[in-house]
Write a protein that binds this ligand. Structure first.
Ligand SMILES: *[C@@H]1O[C@H](CO)[C@@H](O)[C@H](O)[C@H]1NC(C)=O
Ligand SMILES: *[C@@H]1O[C@H](CO)[C@@H](O)[C@H](O)[C@H]1NC(C)=O
Ligand SMILES: *[C@@H]1O[C@H](CO)[C@@H](O)[C@H](O)[C@H]1NC(C)=O
Ligand SMILES: *[C@@H]1O[C@H](CO)[C@@H](O)[C@H](O)[C@H]1NC(C)=O
Ligand SMILES: *[C@@H]1O[C@H](CO)[C@@H](O)[C@H](O)[C@H]1NC(C)=O
Length: 954
């Protein structure tokens, strides 16, 4: 598998951009031809020639020239009566009018009303109080009882590659990046917009209703972007998905000059991606921008000169010219005229600096900087952008994957908002699955962005940055009827739509109950709003961390503030989760008698007392958990945590394993397998951030993109080096291989044959022998249910041969639910990674998407079959979110799994499947303040490690 970076950028290769000269020559030629044609036309029409100095000369099409010239300075704006419209241009005739009754309606900003929403004609007709007169005589109104559920505008994703990087990814897809030139303002993402992408429906099920589809970041100027609605259209065409298409899309340059101008959208990129693709530097990048804008400015100036003559009636001056126009540059000319929303992929301070200077040199505004991991460090610079500070469109916690993202911070959204800079959360789908774009807003909120701005970041702020504030991103009368009814408060982790309307059309199909009440149909939402999750979630206070992030220029110390070998007393503890007799048990203290219960005394990192402990240690360091809890340290599996620091930077990583099929191991290895413990590096950012988020252990296998990885090891995320006591939990945990289509691997059957040979031909003393005899667990990375079935048979074969029982687990395992019974019958473990699936590849297509699309999640389904299930991650930065993943799995299962089971997914079960059961007997514990493990507002304040003999306080 090739390294997948944001925007799907290809690895470096050499490319020579075509010289500019031929194009200029052809332009000169064209002008010459035009001049010649005009001359001949003038002769033919019997007019006198310019040089005959006729003062009354006026060309036949003078009026249209004047109209065109007058339209040049016009800025995009909706038609004057747009807000009064009753029927949307996107209205699909036959769509029934819908009345959503009794919702908790977020109107934007801090305002919320309890009431109804009425949609008809594809627009919102009334909100809050809906006068009966509006619908009582309308036939076929559908009435939906929201029962108090939260109602918001549909989510607007400002950065998506839906349709151009479609799922499943095939060689025939991939229309995100053109590599034919670094400056290509003429390209249009619409030309690659695939109407068959599994992600449209999935993203709608997460409440996403529109998305700006941007070209990728391989080029400095990658081309034009388009805002689409995700719903299927009757026409089934790409163009039918576009919201307010710019007129030129169909009419070219022949646009009615009287028509109100519509926004256009453009992608730019600076920094690593375009530099790498064109084998150049940041200096070259900025020069390419300046060169392109200078050319566009010359066309604009020629147009302005021409129009100055036309508008002043000086026709002779321009009698031998036509309106200066250049098809290749026209979009940039429009950019200079302020008619284009420019979206710039740009990360680092150095890159903002270049771009901000560019906007001042050529005087054009920027709509948004995207990714922008260092934006929070340079707010003053951003404010110097010509036309004002752009919006900053970012990820919440996805960072550190490349140099440009290394200083990324979860506090960036809050810090930028405090500076008054508009904050947008975006998916860069499929980099993040846009189905979960709301999760980005939730995390921004958890880390300090206020609730209104967090919701706005995926609705009104994103719609505004795209120039669609007049119709998208708000619940307002006259706006598009893009409305989501949620099962919980939208900032609650795991909030899921009960219904999604796009252009007034219900997207989730529930059976209507036909009850005729004055011609109305009643429709019942399938699920109910979830009572306990209707409130805005509490948040922890991260003010100090946010301050330190700035104080240390984005590289704050990530280790503990205090390390105690002695006694630490945690008070006001609500519950303690500990392992007793092989099972996790929760000891809950009474809320009624806080004075005498709920304490945990720790000595040398080990719990020595729970309950009433204060008297045992009068001089202990006391930490008030404010009704928090103590729970097992989590184990992260699935990424290369500890072997990779900056994914895209080889010199920061252990490097890749040898692949038995691709590049066989050199003789020097003597047939030995690689051990992750030999390459592990401690003290990295992802490790330390995971540690301070409650992940005590990382189980990591050698980095491989092929069949064979090697032997994993288990490491303590908080250790500083391998010499430290307890840094390595277990040097060798399991053997890891992958069977599937990755990188240059041969056929599946060849991989299975290889695995069979390695296992059945193993001789004593080899790791494969131990695996075949079940003394070392075997973890197979596999997603397809068909391959899993094959591997189940292989397991049986080997067990018959050796009379053994293999310790086998499937990791990844997207399609495991399809063969759940066979997996259960054969005692195979499952590590779902990622825990929320995406059908990125063909072999993962048959995933169980979960609510609202399916009742069952695969976690609950596998657990019902008594399979040992764990959940894992894919990229290193995700380790920090392990607790959120467990809470999410718990909430998604709607009561089908218990809290204990959810906690085990990321602790006990991972350890069990990876052969860590006995070595984690003393298991690290985590102290949460302000809530139990399952409350997203609880903050990790301590890590207790008996093996390291310390209690760390953060
Ligand atoms: C609205 O829904 C809530 C929650 O189900 C309910 O308590 C309340 O009575 C409802 N209000 C009306 C006016 O139906
Ligand atoms: C585009 O062209 C069509 C006819 O081809 C015309 O009806 C329409 O008004 C034009 N739109 C604009 C904005 O020029
Ligand atoms: C969030 O911040 C904005 C901008 O500072 C402010 O207008 C709004 O009142 C705040 N909302 C809340 C709920 O604090
Ligand atoms: C089903 O399993 C896949 C594979 O790991 C996972 O990514 C996905 O999220 C699961 N579905 C649900 C609803 O949990
Ligand atoms: C799972 O285990 C429980 C308890 O041992 C048992 O009652 C149940 O039948 C098992 N489920 C399946 C599908 O085997």
């Amino acid at each position: 598998m090739s390294l997948k970076l944001e925007d799907d950028v290809l690895p470096a290769y050499t490319y020579s951009p075509p010289a500019q000269a031929p194009r200029r020559r052809s332009r000169a030629l064209r002008f010459l031809l035009l001049a010649l044609t005009s001359y001949l036309l003038l002769r033919l029409s019997g007019l006198r020639l310019p040089w005959s100095h006729t003062p009354t000369y006026r060309p036949a099409h003078a009026d249209s020239i004047i109209a065109q010239c007058r339209s040049l300075p016009l800025l995009p704006t909706p038609p004057a009566d747009f807000a009064q419209r009753r029927v949307s241009d996107r209205f699909d005739p036959g769509t029934p009018p819908t009345l959503v009754v009794n919702g908790t309606i977020w109107l934007g900003g801090d305002s919320v009303v309890q009431g109804d929403v009425y949609m008809d004609g594809g627009v919102i007709r009334a909100i809050g109080y809906v006068p009966e007169a509006l619908y009582v005589d309308v036939p076929g109104v559908v009435v939906v009882q929201a029962q108090g559920a939260w109602v918001t505008p549909g989510i607007v994703d400002l950065h998506s590659h839906l349709g151009v990087d479609s799922a499943p990814s095939l060689d025939g897809s991939g229309d995100t990046n053109s590599i034919l030139g670094a400056v290509q303002p003429w390209l249009r993402s619409l030309d690659g917009l695939n109407t068959r992408d599994m992600a449209y429906g999935l993203s709608i099920s997460g409440g996403v209703t529109s998305a700006l589809v941007l070209p990728g970041s391989a080029d400095n100027i990658g081309g034009q972007a388009f805002m689409i609605k995700l719903r299927p259209t009757k026409e089934r065409s790409s163009s039918a998905m576009v919201v307010e298409p710019p007129y030129g899309l169909w009419n070219g340059s022949d646009v009615d000059p009287e028509a109100p101008v519509r926004w256009r959208h453009m992608k730019h990129a600076c920094g690593e991606n375009p530099s790498r693709v064109y084998d150049s530097t940041r200096m070259d990048s900025i020069w390419r921008f300046r060169q392109a804008y200078a050319l566009a400015a010359s066309v604009r100036d020629a147009q302005d000169d021409y129009c100055a003559s036309a508008l002043s009636g000086d026709w002779l001056q321009i009698a031998d010219q036509s309106f200066p126009y250049d098809l290749a540059l026209e979009a940039l000319v429009d950019t200079l005229r302020g008619k284009v929303k420019v979206n710039v992929h740009c990360y680092e301070a150095v890159d903002f600096d270049g771009l901000v200077r560019l906007t001042n040199e050529f005087k054009f505004p920027i709509a948004a900087f995207h990714h922008a991991h260092e934006a929070y460090l340079v707010p003053e610079l951003l404010k110097k952008t010509w036309g004002g500070a752009p919006a900053i469109a970012m990820f919440a916690t996805n960072a550190r994957y490349k140099r440009e993202a290394y200083r990324g911070s979860e506090f960036a959204a809050k810090i930028l908002a405090d500076e008054g800079i508009p904050v947008v959360m975006k998916s860069d789908h499929p980099v993040l699955n846009s189905r979960y774009l709301l999760y980005e807003a939730q995390q921004a909120y958890f880390y300090g962005l206020n609730a209104s701005l967090a919701l706005a970041a995926v609705t009104s702020t994103s719609a505004g940055a795209a120039g669609f504030a007049h119709r998208l991103g708000h619940l307002k009368v006259g706006h598009d009827a893009d409305v989501v009814v949620w099962d919980s408060h939208p900032l609650q982790l795991g909030a899921t739509p009960l219904q999604v309307y796009i252009d007034g059309i219900a997207q989730l199909s529930y059976a209507p109950e036909v009850s005729l009440e004055g011609g109305m149909t009643r429709m019942t939402l399938k699920e109910l709003p979830r009572g306990e999750l209707q409130q805005l979630p509490a948040v922890a206070d991260y003010e100090r961390e946010a301050q330190e992030t700035l104080e240390y220029d984005g590289e704050p110390p990530l280790g503990p503030r205090e390390v105690h070998a002695g006694e630490v007393l945690f008070t006001n503890v609500l519950s303690v989760w500990q392992r007793e007799g092989g099972e996790l048990q929760e000891q809950v203290f009474s809320l009624e008698q806080p004075m005498i219960t709920g304490q945990v005394l720790v000595k040398n990192g080990a719990v020595v007392c729970t309950g009433d402990c204060a008297h045992l240690a009068p001089s202990a360091r006391v930490v008030d958990l404010e009704w928090g809890s103590v729970a097992p340290g989590l184990t992260s599996y699935g990424s290369s945590l500890g072997l990779v620091e900056i994914r895209a930077e080889p010199s920061t990583n252990d490097g890749r394993a040898y692949d038995l099929f691709g590049s066989p191991a050199p003789g020097v290895l003597g047939g030995h397998l690689l051990r992750a413990v030999d390459g592990v590096q401690f003290g990295g950012k992802d490790m330390l951030i995971a540690h301070r988020s409650g992940v005590s252990t990382a189980v990591t296998a050698p980095v491989s993109y092929g069949f064979l990885s090697g032997l994993s090891g288990a490491f303590r995320t908080g250790a500083w080096n391998k010499a430290e006591v307890g840094s390595v939990v277990k040097p060798v945990t399991a053997l890891h291989v992958a069977v599937g289509h990755r990188g240059s691997t041969p056929s599946i059957s060849a991989q299975v044959a290889g695995l069979r040979h390695l296992l059945s031909g193993a001789t004593e003393g080899e790791v494969w022998w131990d695996v075949a005899h079940g003394t070392i667990p075997l973890i197979i990375q596999v997603d397809s249910a068909d391959i899993m079935s094959t591997l189940i048979l292989l397991k049986q074969e080997i067990e018959i041969q050796f009379g053994s029982t293999l310790q086998l687990s499937f990791a990844g395992a997207n399609e495991a639910w399809l063969v759940a019974k066979n997996i259960a019958d054969d005692g195979i473990g499952v590590i779902l990674a990622p825990s929320r699936t995406y059908p990125a590849e063909w072999e993962k297509m048959r995933t169980l998407p979960g609510i609202p699309l399916t009742d069952e999640t695969n976690i609950s389904l596998l657990l019902e079959y008594n399979v040992t299930v764990a959940i894992g991650i894919v990229e290193e930065w995700e380790a920090r979110n392990t607790r959120f993943d467990a809470i999410w799995a718990y909430r998604d299962a709607h009561g089908k799994i218990s809290k204990r089971q959810a906690l085990e997914l990321v602790s006990y079960n991972v350890n069990k499947l990876l052969g860590l059961e006995e070595s984690s007997l003393s298991g690290d514990l985590v102290a949460y303040k302000g809530g139990d493990f399952f409350s997203t507002g609880a903050k990790v304040v301590g890590m207790l490690s008996a093996e390291r003999g310390v209690t760390e306080l953060f």
